[in-house]
Design a protein around this ligand. Structure first.
Ligand SMILES: Nc1ncnc2c1ncn2[C@@H]1O[C@H](COP(=O)(O)OP(=O)(O)OP(=O)(O)O)[C@@H](O)[C@H]1O
Ligand SMILES: [Mg+2]
Length: 224
């Protein structure tokens, strides 16, 4: 059965920071956990990531873009996520299908029903058990990414959209969360890194207590 956790939210809200901290926390507790990101997470997916986020690919056709995101997702689900869940492990995924709905759907105005159909094909219907939604004022998230100390943070083709686009994405996340309240955990991403991590850990605890994930014996734990 396993546990499938995703992190969602606007640019620079802290998804990668928090996904890594939660990975380290659950690993320390003894769970068999992996940490992957989208697009990417597999050798094929990482090649697709370079195309889809490449700053030079300004002529990217909208349909081509959606198919590329879906292709990367299909590879990740079938090669990595499903096998790990089948072994009763925890999968922490930095962005997943909700990013498609928020960015391509709400942000760029593409047909949501089409995006859902495409996603259902790519993932074979795999939906996260819990989605950590890091809510932030999009202007603050973008400022974090442009801060000189954040030089290691990637600035990609989708970041380069205008602020109004990022505000539509943020409203899109709110609509998605409202439609499926049982899956989404709203987190205030303006909090400090540590306070936010504590909120996420607290909200995850009930999921860890359902017996759907097994603690691995020490000698079977995997190293990242
Ligand atoms: N709670 C926080 N408060 C202040 N700064 C933060 C916080 N969390 C992360 N940061 C900083 O903001 C920047 C972006 O963080 P991070 O890369 O984790 O965000 P992200 O949501 O993964 O971004 P992206 O959308 O680009 O993937 C980094 O420089 C990080 O150190
Ligand atoms: Mg990130």
């Amino acid at each position: 059965m396993g546990l499938f956790i995703t992190f969602e939210g606007s640019e620079g809200c802290g998804k990668s920071t928090q996904a890594r901290l939660l990975y380290e926390h659950t690993r320390t507790l003894g769970y068999n956990v992996i940490h992957v990101r989208e697009p990417g997470g597999t050798p094929i997916g990482d090649q697709i990531r370079a195309i889809v986020l490449g700053m030079n690919n300004t002529e990217m056709d909208p349909i081509a873009e959606s198919l590329l995101f879906s292709a990367s997702r299909a590879q990740l689900v079938h090669q990595v996520i499903r096998p790990h869940l089948a072994a009763n492990g925890i999968v922490i995924c930095d962005r997943y299908a909700d990013s498609t709905y928020a960015y391509q759907g709400y942000g760029l105005g593409r047909n949501l029903a089409d995006l859902r159909t495409l996603t259902a094909i790519a993932t074979d219907g795999l939906v996260p058990d819990v989605t950590m939604w890091l809510r932030i004022d999009p202007a603050i998230g973008l400022q974090r990414k442009l801060h000189p100390d954040a030089a290691q943070v990637e600035w990609n083709r989708l970041d380069a959209h205008e602020l109004a686009f990022h505000q539509r994405v943020a409203s899109g996340y709110a609509a998605l969360a409202e439609a499926e309240p049982g899956r989404w955990v709203a987190c205030d991403a303006h909090l400090s890194i540590e306070a936010l991590a504590a909120h996420i850990r607290t909200n995850l605890t009930p999921y860890l207590q359902t017996g759907r994930v097994a603690i691995s014996p020490v000698n079977e734990r995997t190293t990242p």
